[in-house]
Ligand binder design. Structure first.
Ligand SMILES: NC(=O)c1ccc[n+]([C@@H]2O[C@H](COP(=O)([O-])OP(=O)(O)OC[C@H]3O[C@@H](n4cnc5c(N)ncnc54)[C@H](O)[C@@H]3O)[C@@H](O)[C@H]2O)c1
Length: 338
């Protein structure tokens, strides 16, 4: 059974990917410092998979501890999810973001070189496209970032591109995720943010359970079908499967660097999401229109063609499924994963 080291594997996307890896016959091993995840996630992963999930409580920036993990595990591949991800926080604490996101990647890469682990999947983001010249967005569009979080993703893409050029025996995939939402059908794992959610769907579900008063919709004068911002929402379980397909692909290919968008190719507005969630919960959801947020763009959705052609990746869940699973996770875990 191929061992896959999953850094940040207790987090939102990482935990769903661990389930998908087990289902596909891999042995995932988690490295997480639980900065943004509950240790209880591991128990829940064991309940879902009915397997013992090995997990190291290690900070990926800690070179000597990470070295011990690699020495002990000798993985076949690494999926590097570990990192900080809140755009607003990255603006107020840029050094914290550059330090954690860049250092963790560099330490992982150094261990991969030392222990000859040659397959890497990296969590990049659609944020590297900035304000795209048109939609859908193709992988060869120009890249432009507007905040420290986005810059860490772009810098890492550049580091890995430089590295791949001189390490032709490595196989590296940069996955540019669009907007993951939803939760595993068990309702045992899902998006479980600390404090007030930064993302739309957990914000709405917290309004629905009465933790937050109302949703603020930032701007209704964008150039979109209803004036609110359009994004490409993808079910986190579809996204998780994208990682399994990517790992399989890396075992077959000969080039050292691959880039894929992981999205659905469909754009939904803030109001589309809100109205879909209203159908799921069966009642209107309190909201108000407020001013635009600086830096927000009209529309952002993927061309999923390359991932379909080369990975066989196609998202199967629609917006209703995504909202329903997010709501069921919230209802079953009103105070998060405790
Ligand atoms: N969720 C999104 O909307 C989204 C979109 C695009 C890209 N991404 C990227 O995907 C990755 C996973 O995102 P997520 O939504 O699952 O985030 P998350 O915060 O739920 O998961 C990240 C995990 O990494 C861990 N972590 C952070 N720094 C660490 C370190 N130095 N050492 C060990 N563990 C560490 C955290 O404790 C957490 O469990 C991130 O790199 C994020 O930037 C996320």
């Amino acid at each position: 059974m191929k061992k896959v080291l999953v850094t940040g594997g207790a987090g939102y996307i990482g935990s769903h990917t661990v389930v998908a890896l087990v289902e596909a016959g891999y042995e995932p091993i988690i490295v997480d410092n639980f900065y943004n995840a509950s240790p209880k996630v591991i128990d829940r992963l064991e309940l879902i998979t009915k397997k013992k999930i090995k997990c190291y409580n290690v900070d990926c920036c800690d070179a000597s501890k990470l070295d011990e993990v690699f020495k002990e595990v000798k993985p076949h591949a690494v999926i590097h999810f570990a990192g900080y991800k809140a755009v607003g926080e990255s603006v107020s604490k840029p050094l914290m973001y550059y330090d954690n996101n860049l250092t963790s990647l560099l330490k992982v890469l150094e261990c991969m070189v030392k222990y000859e682990v040659k397959n890497l999947v990296f969590s990049s983001s659609a944020t590297v496209y900035g304000d795209p010249k048109s939609v859908p967005i193709y992988e060869d569009f120009p890249l432009h970032v507007t905040n420290p979080y986005g810059r860490t993703k772009l810098m890492i893409e550049e580091i890995l591109t430089d590295f791949a050029k001189v390490n032709p025996d490595f196989r590296i995939a940069l996955l540019r995720y669009f907007n993951p939402i939803g939760a595993h059908e068990s309702h045992l794992i899902g998006e479980d943010p600390n404090g007030i959610p930064n993302n739309l769907v957990p914000y709405i579900t917290q309004v629905c359970i009465g933790k937050l008063a109302k949703l603020r919709v930032f701007g209704n004068d964008y150039k979109t079908h209803d004036g609110t911002g359009v994004r490409d929402y993808i079910h986190v379980c579809d996204l998780a499967l994208g990682h399994v397909l990517t790992l399989k692909r890396l075992d077959e290919v000969t080039d050292s660097l691959y880039i894929y968008n992981l999205g659905t190719g469909k754009g939904s507005s803030v109001l589309d999401v809100l109205h879909t969630m209203e159908k799921v919960v069966g009642h209107p959801i309190a909201h108000e229109i407020v001013a635009r947020r600086p830096g927000d763009i009209d529309a952002c959705y993927a061309s999923p063609e390359k991932a379909f052609k080369e990975l066989g990746f196609k998202a199967k869940y629609d917006l209703y499924d995504m909202c329903k699973s997010a709501w069921e996770f919230q209802e079953n875990n009103p105070d998060g994963i405790k």
